[in-house]
Write a protein that binds this ligand. Structure first.
Ligand code: HEC
Length: 186
């Protein structure tokens, strides 16, 4: 009987230790995303089905696909480019990212106020652009973006996982023709 108690106590300690470990891992796995709408914390949740790239981004705020696409452009077509058409981004931003009823994402010049620069300056970093696509925007350019991340309340349709948003960003980076800073390469 004494033995059983001791085993139970040991088990409890193990379980508590495990919970503590999990909590501390989560605490350190924070890239501290903030909403483009109002700068409040953006509660994007990690998921069991997240890819290693998605997990890495949520810990470091660095998008591994940006450098991968720059180094090997053959990855783009079946990756971010496909997702851009498949999810209807091209319906508003144009099949060539030139901007139709939404700002150009190429930033190579045009009639619109935001055809040469980002509506939100922070979009020159992958963290900032992730926040814009995942959590939506306040409409500074005259229209606003949906909430796309599947773990956030109010997302459009089925929403998108972290991995898809990262690939979309990496694709948009390969098309950039503006002369602003390329903070995403840092
Ligand atoms: C219904 C139209 C619509 C669709 C579909 C759409 N967007 Fe947007 N997007 C907008 C509008 C409008 C803005 C400008 C937002 C603002 O001013 O707040 C915008 C802004 C952006 C920006 C920031 C641009 C800048 O200059 O700072 C990015 C990046 C972006 N969208 C990516 C995407 C991606 C990726 C998709 C597909 C997953 C997508 N958008 C789908 C309308 C759309």
């Amino acid at each position: 009987m004494l033995g059983t108690k001791a085993v139970k106590a040991a088990l409890l300690i193990t379980v508590l230790g495990f919970v503590g470990l999990t909590l501390s891992t989560q605490a350190s796995a924070a890239c501290n995303l903030v909403s483009t709408k109002d700068n409040s914390p953006l509660p994007v949740k990690a998921s069991d089905t997240d890819t290693p790239e998605a997990k890495s981004f949520l810990e470091t705020c660095i998008n591994p696909y940006t450098k991968a696409y720059a180094a090997d452009p053959s990855l783009i077509k079946a990756g971010g480019k496909k997702l851009f058409g498949y999810n209807g981004c091209s319906g508003c931003h144009g099949g060539k990212l030139e901007g139709i009823m939404a700002p150009s994402l190429k930033k190579n010049g045009g009639q619109g106020a935001y055809d040469t620069r980002w509506v939100y300056a922070k979009n020159s970093t992958d963290k900032g652009m992730f926040e814009t696509i995942a959590g939506g925007t306040p409409g500074v350019s005259g229209g606003n973006m949906y909430i796309w991340h599947q773990s956030l309340d109010g997302h459009i349709g089925d929403g998108l996982p972290t991995d898809d948003i990262l690939k979309l960003i990496a694709y948009i980076r390969t098309e950039y023709k503006g002369d602003g800073t390329k903070d995403w390469l840092n």
